[in-house]
Design a protein around this ligand. Structure first.
Ligand code: P6P
Length: 346
């Protein structure tokens, strides 16, 4: 039986061949991340058996109980990257400050940001969790990496991706040449190409938002979500609600089937909950490469210049027309609230 399997290594190499100037370092960095993903996937699969569930007791910089798998995932990614000579600095949701590569290792030309285990509150209930990563070229000239290397707008990313530890383990990434998905075959320990050139439908089936925040949203957001539910069927067809509470899982479903995910600002989270650098920005790169889009409600995520490592941002991401509907609604409600624009006297 003819089997034409494409491993992630072969696929990355074939993509790199299209760029004669490529040195192969970015490709090798993507392998390093794929290795970390395999190690984390194995730990998650074993989690119920070797009792590494439950909290590690420590709290991360977000003030959240740090689960043991959070700690393991964070350390695994750092250990897979720091000695390679390809990275000068890292930024992690689990670490308060940037992580310059230790002096005993060569500092490379890339800065890597990551959320090592997003949705970790779902760990103990065996629901999907994920790793999200974002790669920029360093801006500093030499030496250890600095904040300037990580505080870059999403439009300067050279690669971004996520790993979803769900019913199967999938790695989805882009280097600006489309979005491609690989499924881990645990029997051989290889990520195999399963979703080449993912394109998200223009209009989605689902909307994903935590509706328990409805009373804390502004009027524009409430109006937009009501529209997605079917209040304005002449403008947007009613959608089904799907919300897992894990960004990677909600984003991935919408990417494949079409849909829009929202984590808006609210009275309790005036900048929303999600982080710009290692959640919104990489997902926005992927969304746009899959012909979708991503905004903070009105402004393109990839244009936002970050001011600090753990900066939060409201997020509306997914099918292009659905994201556009939300933006149009927010603008219309804002204009109505600010009153009719004074027409210049003729
Ligand atoms: P809420 C998980 O904690 C996370 O950071 C994202 O993965 C997810 O989209 C969001 O928070 C869920 O937040 O407030 O709806 O539980």
């Amino acid at each position: 039986m003819q089997t034409s399997v494409t491993t992630i290594d072969r696929f990355i190499n074939e993509q790199e061949d299209q760029y004669p100037a490529a040195t192969g370092e970015l490709s090798s960095l993507l392998y390093d991340i794929a290795l970390a993903a395999k190690l984390i996937a194995a730990a998650i699969r074993r989690a119920g058996l070797v009792n590494i569930l439950g909290t590690a007791g420590a709290q991360n910089v977000q003030g959240e109980e740090q689960q043991k798998l959070d700690v393991f995932a964070n350390e695994t990614i750092k250990n897979c990257l720091k000695h390679t000579g390809r990275v000068c600095v890292m930024g992690s949701e689990e670490d308060e400050d940037i992580i310059p590569v230790p002096t005993e290792y060569e500092a490379g030309k890339y800065a890597v940001l990551f959320d090592p285990l997003d949705g970790s509150s779902n760990i103990d209930v065996n629901s999907a969790v994920g790793t999200i990563f974002s790669i920029h070229r360093r801006r500093s000239i030499d030496g250890r990496g600095t904040s300037a290397d990580v505080l870059q707008p999403g439009c300067t990313q050279v690669a971004a991706g996520y790993v979803m530890y769900g019913s199967s383990t999938m790695l989805v990434y882009t280097t600006g040449q489309g979005v491609h998905g690989f499924t881990l075959d645990p029997t051989i320990g290889e990520f195999l190409l399963s979703h080449e050139r993912i394109v998200t439908p223009r209009i989605g089936k689902y909307y994903s938002v935590n509706e328990s925040n409805f009373g804390r949203w502004d009027k524009g957001t409430q109006t937009a979500v009501r529209g997605l539910k079917g209040d304005t069927p002449d403008v947007v067809a009613p959608k089904n609600s799907r919300y897992i509470g894990s960004l990677v899982a909600d984003f991935h479903r919408n990417l494949i089937t079409g849909g829009v995910f929202l984590y808006p600002a609210d009275a309790r989270n005036p900048d929303g909950k999600l982080r710009l650098l290692y959640e919104a920005s990489p997902m926005a790169f992927i969304a746009e490469q899959a012909q979708g889009s991503a905004t903070d409600g009105m402004n393109r995520i990839l244009d936002i210049v970050p001011l600090n490592l753990h900066q939060r941002v409201p997020l509306v991401i997914g099918s292009r027309e659905d994201v556009g509907f939300v933006a149009d609604t927010l603008r219309r409600v804002a204009q109505r609230a600010s009153g009719p624009i004074a027409q210049p006297a003729l």
